[in-house]
Design a protein around this ligand. Sequence first.
Ligand code: HPA
Length: 270
Amino acid sequence: MMEKLNETVSFLKSKGVEKPEIGIILGTGLGSLANDVNVEITLDYKDIPHFPLSTVEFHSGKLLYGELGGKKVLVMNGRFHFYEGYTLQEVTFPVRVMKMLGINYLLVSNAAGAVNLNLPKSSLMIIDDHINMLPGSPLVGKNLDELGPRFPDMSRPYNPGLISLMEKIAAEKGIKINKGVYVAWIGPSLETRAEYRFIKLMGADAVGMSTVPEVLVANHMGMKVAAVSVITDQGDPDNLHPVDIDDIIRNAMIAEKDLVLLFESLIREL
Ligand code: HPA
């Protein structure tokens, strides 16, 4: 893996990706932040050596390098999901690349369904902690000691300083925000009523199909992570309506302007 990582890092540097400070991963229906970036370089994932290809049609699959909130950012517009058939190592490869380019801050967004019914649709939830229910971890296998420790600590996978900053910004800007636990579920099918009931019981507030692998790898490499879920639907086991992916994307788009404002303000303050 080191060889592949070095090749990808050299390729990106040769394209002019110089000293990015902040990495951003944009989730489903949450690509509009890309419009606010002063883009200097755009690369299709398919043109980047060793990058997997994004298969979900509404993921545009582009890596953007440019300026946002006065800082150099590297943005993944479109992420890789386990349910697409990639291994967890493939899903998290770009995060390793980010760190090796010198990035120490990772900001992540995703779309999620609330099992805590106090979380309204189209609101934001700061991820305070997670539960990994994917069938594996990207850290399984031989540990590369040059990248991080064999047994990385997960007492605070989401940086408490970044969480406080986001709470302060949300209060200042009047952004409706909560804080909670995110569980990563395999997908691509949505949850059954019994699964939503179980997910709530296990201590989660929201469920989605991403983020946890990237956060595990970022923590392994010592990056500071902030992650925010956009609540797109509610998984109420006692009153479950069929979920409509168009509805999910529509609700994501409603919350998107709050997410962009939050992330841009956060970057400005880093
Ligand atoms: N479950 C899993 N993933 C999701 C959901 C959900 O209810 N909503 C958006 N992504």
